[in-house]
Design a protein around this ligand. Structure first.
Ligand code: SIN
Length: 487
């Protein structure tokens, strides 16, 4: 069955929701992989949204922290635009009913602290339930917006390409057999954390959108820039509960098996150093007996401030106020992805990308904490507003070709991809590890799209022979040290 829709947005997380809302009054079909937006990684975001709102803070300081965390690999103009747009993004979300936490007097917004930030600037809702509150509010807005048609349970598994331009999508899942022709397809399909053996992401964050766009010939960028979160609850499972960095902002400390502080003397910001620095230390401690988060003695109201982290711990018989919590580094966020310009254009006409699947360079080599929900709102609204105005029909001649993502791996093959990526493209990499992983992944790349994507990541990591941001090679000196002559 073939339908037509003026615009198609693929992905029900924060970037997809914001893009769809902003196309008004132009009708848009919003396709989610889960039945509801609640199943996305955005919902699981705990810490909050960074915005320079404190009395001593400034847009310039937010910009400086974003660039420093990103190892100065960021697009400076986009960083400035992002930081400058943050206060208005918070206001816009409040207008959609997000009830951000306020100080005891009910007055000013409460501002939390996270790694890499010189000031308390993390706006949050429901304590550590920020992503869930924001997604709930935006889902409600989408459900009541007359221009948006939402369909859940849809896996877009093919792209229609005519004359080099994307002109439609083929649906799988609940829409199997249907084709939608359209003027513009927006991919807001999220990250790739679920391709790694240890991740804070939900199962759906497996890079399926990225793999499909690459199969159609879209250009990628910085695929090797994968961020690892230092404090996932260490369980013997694939998807791990996050213990927000805001806990360290409230005074929690990382310790080793002997109770010694892990971050002492390593970085001037200690436990609140940028995430890549802390994640590598936790990874290293994990190889030498383990790492723990010490939140005992914080004297906080856990139920009010950290209900999500508390629930995750209690579900596994851990009382975080009384005992040390075992933690591990885990794949968390993809800074790389589909190469886009500032406006969200990919290299294929008719295909746009926004949010985590896109790489416009704003996050550089390591995203600053709590800049991701912010970027989803800002870039989603920017792209949606543009698509609302532009006619953008690619009525090129020639035949239409269906590009498919292709067969997927399951069972042992998929497990092997998870393990290979974790070992070779994890928090610490090496040329030797990458070479042997590339040899092992070759048959998996022939067998399924996850193997091909894993191979693309390994090749990108092998090509970048320096350590920069979250891409750390233990056989390479960090670029900053090379430049300063410290090496
Ligand atoms: C966290 O709360 O620690 C994660 C937030 C983020 O990914 O920026």
């Amino acid at each position: 069955m073939t339908h037509a829709a003026p615009l198609v947005v693929v992905g029900g997380g924060i970037a997809g929701l914001c893009t769809a809302l902003a196309t008004a009054p132009r009708p848009v079909l919003l396709l989610g992989r889960g039945e509801r937006s609640e199943d996305t990684a955005s919902t699981m975001a705990q810490g909050g949204i960074a915005a320079a709102l404190g009395p001593a803070d400034s847009i310039g300081a937010h910009v400086a922290d974003t660039l420093l965390a990103g190892a100065f690999r960021n697009d400076g103009a986009l960083v400035r635009a992002l930081a400058a747009a943050a206060p208005a993004a918070i206001e816009w979300l409040r207008g959609h009913g997000v009830d951000f936490d306020r100080d005891g007097d009910g007055g000013s917004l409460q501002l939390g602290r996270e790694g890499g930030h010189q000031f308390a600037r993390i706006v949050h809702a429901g304590g550590d339930a920020t992503g869930a509150r924001v997604v709930a509010a935006l889902s409600h807005a989408v459900a009541t917006a007359p221009h948006v048609r939402w369909r859940g349970g849809i896996d877009v598994d093919g792209l229609l390409v005519r004359g080099g331009a994307v002109v439609g999508v083929r649906l799988g899942g609940a829409g199997a057999g249907e084709v939608v022709v359209t003027d513009a397809v927006v991919f807001a399909t999220g990250g790739i954390g679920a391709l790694f053996a240890r991740t804070t992401n939900p199962a759906g964050a497996d890079g399926s959108g990225l793999a499909l766009a690459l199969a159609a010939g879209a250009r990628s960028r910085d695929l090797e820039f994968v961020q690892f979160h230092p404090t996932a609850l260490d369980l013997p499972t694939h998807s791990l509960p996050l213990l927000t960095e805001a806990l360290r902002g409230r005074g929690a400390r990382l310790v080793d098996a002997d109770g010694r502080p892990l971050m002492a003397g390593l970085h001037p910001q200690g436990d609140l150093a940028p995430r890549d620095v802390v994640a590598r230390r936790v990874w290293q401690a994990g190889c030498n007996g383990g790492a723990w988060l010490d939140s005992t003695g914080l004297g906080i109201d856990w139920q009010r401030e950290f209900p999500t982290a508390l629930a995750a711990c209690t579900a596994h018989g851990i009382d975080p106020a009384a005992v040390l919590v075992p933690v591990t580094a885990a794949a968390h966020f993809h800074m790389g992805g589909l190469a886009t310009d500032a406006a969200g254009n990919t290299s294929l006409p008719g295909l746009y990308a926004v949010g985590e699947v896109a790489c416009n360079g704003v996050h550089g080599a390591n995203r600053l904490a709590s800049n991701s929900l912010l970027e989803g709102v800002v870039s989603g609204r920017r792209l949606g507003a543009r698509l609302a105005r532009s006619a953008c029909a690619f009525r090129r001649g020639g035949g239409t070709v269906l590009v498919e993502r292709g067969r997927g791996l399951s069972g042992a093959g998929l497990g092997a991809v998870h393990d290979l990526l974790w070992r070779a493209v994890g928090p610490v990499r090496s040329g030797h590890g990458l070479r042997s992983a590339l040899a092992a992944v070759t048959p998996l790349a022939e067998a399924g799209w996850q193997g091909r994507l894993a191979r693309d990541l390994m090749e990108a990591a092998a090509r970048r022979r320096i350590s920069v941001g979250a891409h750390w090679r233990d056989d390479a000196v960090p670029k900053a040290q090379l430049e300063s002559g410290v090496a």
